[in-house]
Write a protein that binds this ligand. Structure first.
Ligand SMILES: [Zn+2]
Ligand SMILES: [Zn+2]
Length: 274
């Protein structure tokens, strides 16, 4: 695999997981493959994704843990219900023709209980499974969301927002710092893009089409952080997040504490044109 392609894979993995990633390429003979892990944990103290040929026309991806992963698994077992929900949603966003298995567990409620955890994915019927294009596509489609799910469970970073707004302005509202955390979480962004694409939900701009490689700038907006109900409804990244271009996102948040909704911002834009 040429170096430029490896760089591309690394960039997509790091953007999607929000963590530093290490990749090793095994080019020995026909059974070439890839190993991917979190750089700060190395490949012994955390999860490792491996891509190998599967039959003549397929790939098999496996996610397992290094021999000294006890500490990180302890961390994963303390992941919040929201982190677990997002991790499962990331794995569920993988194309349905790709066969995902977690031996001994159902796919809707998989969890990492110990170091024997294994998740596998089989990708079949590839035209040219040894070509870079096929390997990149398997990385993008399978390894990025699985590693992002692991990053979410481990609890990589996400920004810390100053907590001066612990009390939401309205009953049923969630605090602005929670909204900001969700909007800036790279795994939420990844899931939002995988589900809705990279087209701005307000103006229709698709930055990647306009700016090429400099266009990975679509942002994630959390819809309706203020609920009219007395009880806040459960957060669902699949329905509560939309992609917005940076301009529309800025514009929507000019109204506080309740941002404009998508229809209102469209109406304002229409006003400019007329
Ligand atoms: Zn826009
Ligand atoms: Zn927003």
């Amino acid at each position: 695999m040429i170096a430029a392609k490896k760089e591309l894979i690394l960039r997509e993995l790091e953007a999607g997981t929000g963590a530093a990633i290490a990749v090793s390429v095994d080019n020995s003979g026909l059974r070439s493959g890839l190993r991917i892990w979190f750089a700060d944990l190395d490949d012994k103290h955390g999860p490792v994704a491996e891509l190998r040929p599967f039959g003549l026309k397929g790939h098999r991806v496996s996610l397992s843990f290094g021999n000294f992963s006890g500490e990180v698994i302890g961390q994963i077992r303390h992941a919040s219900p929201e982190d677990v929900q997002l991790a499962r949603a990331l794995v569920a966003s993988i194309r349905t023709d790709i066969e995902i298995e977690v031996p001994g567990q159902g796919l809707s409620e998989w969890h990492v209980a110990n170091g024997a955890f294994l998740m596998t994915a089989k990708i079949r019927e590839l035209e040219l499974p040894n070509e870079d294009a096929a390997i990149i596509s398997t990385c993008r489609e399978v390894i990025v969301p699985i590693m992002a799910a692991m990053a979410e469970l481990i609890g990589y970073d996400v920004i810390e927002v100053p907590v001066d707004d612990a009390a939401p302005a309205f009953e049923g509202a969630i605090s602005p710092s929670v909204v900001l955390r969700r909007e800036r979480n790279p795994r939420n962004r990844l899931l939002c893009i995988r589900i809705h694409g990279e087209k701005c939900a307000a103006c229709g701009l698709e930055p990647r089409l306009v700016y090429g490689n400099a266009g990975l700038i679509i942002e994630v907006h959390h819809l309706e952080p203020v609920s009219s109900l007395a009880k806040p409804k459960a957060y669902d990244p699949r329905t509560d997040l939309v992609p917005l271009c940076p301009n529309c996102h800025r514009a929507i948040h000019t109204r506080r504490p309740i941002p404009f909704n998508i229809d209102e911002i469209r109406e304002l834009m229409g006003g400019c044109n007329g």
